[in-house]
Design a protein around this ligand. Structure first.
Ligand code: DC
Length: 227
């Protein structure tokens, strides 16, 4: 079974997708990390965000692989370098959004994502998984949450990592990114017509995970399969 989970920043996607994958023994793929990796490389190599051709070449030349470390955490390895921490800084967060607008970059990353999920038994999360990457996924989940709740989650996450940032700054930057991610012409954040929408505002992670697993069980039952 292929499980596609999409939603805006701070909707709880990553935690929910990771936990669902753990519970089912499925592979977990965080596609946002891949867009972040291209932004990180562009920054490191001094490639301008305005230079679509060079950014596309950069993405096409990057080998990406997800591996689990001893604690079970997902690490992203790009050309042999573990970029898992480097891609989580606020500057990379801001750059990943304009990078993800570019057709050449998306084409390359979508192709990689389809390869990574080709064998099924995968939980893939992002913005366009249920609409573009795996529109035929058996389970499609769209997570939502209010702006304040999403900003609060992101703020706490960044503070825990020791970033000096204010709540207002996090909220403003998140709204800017969301607007771009939802309004771009190519593969904008969108809900598939047959997706199940879950509002995570007043729900614990466990409740959201349970709601997703409920959809999985229904689909498995309807298809008459165990996985
Ligand atoms: O989920 P995230 O914040 O790590 O994603 C980083 C950026 O990548 C975000 O601005 C939107 C973009 N993205 C995308 O365009 N398509 C995806 N499938 C995943 C992320």
């Amino acid at each position: 079974m292929t499980i596609a989970i999409d939603g805006p920043a701070g909707s709880g996607k990553s935690t929910v997708a990771r936990t669902v994958a753990d519970r089912l023994g499925y592979l977990y793929i965080d596609t946002g990390a891949m867009y972040r990796a291209v932004a990180y490389r562009a920054l490191r190599d001094g490639v301008s965000i305005a230079d679509e051709e060079r950014l596309t070449q950069l993405a096409e030349g990057m080998q990406m692989e997800f591996v689990q470390d001893a604690d079970g955490a997902l690490r992203l390895i790009v050309d042999g370098e573990d970029v898992s921490e480097a891609i989580r800084t606020p500057v990379v967060s801001q750059l990943a959004s304009p990078v993800s607008v570019l057709a050449g970059v998306r084409q390359r990353l979508v192709a990689l994502q389809r390869q990574m999920g080709a064998d099924g038994r995968v939980v893939m999360e992002g913005r366009d998984i249920q609409t573009v990457v795996f529109p035929e996924a058996e389970v499609k989940i769209f997570l939502t949450a209010s702006d304040d709740q999403r900003a609060r989650r992101r703020y706490l996450e960044l503070r825990q990592r020791g970033e000096e940032i204010t709540f207002e700054q996090v909220k403003r930057e998140m709204q800017e990114r969301d607007q771009r991610d939802s309004q771009r012409s190519l593969a904008p954040l969108a809900r598939a017509p047959d997706a199940v929408e879950i509002d995570t505002d007043r729900k614990s992670i466990d409740e959201v995970v349970e709601a997703v697993l409920q959809v999985v069980r229904q689909k498995a039952g309807a298809a008459g399969v165990g996985d």
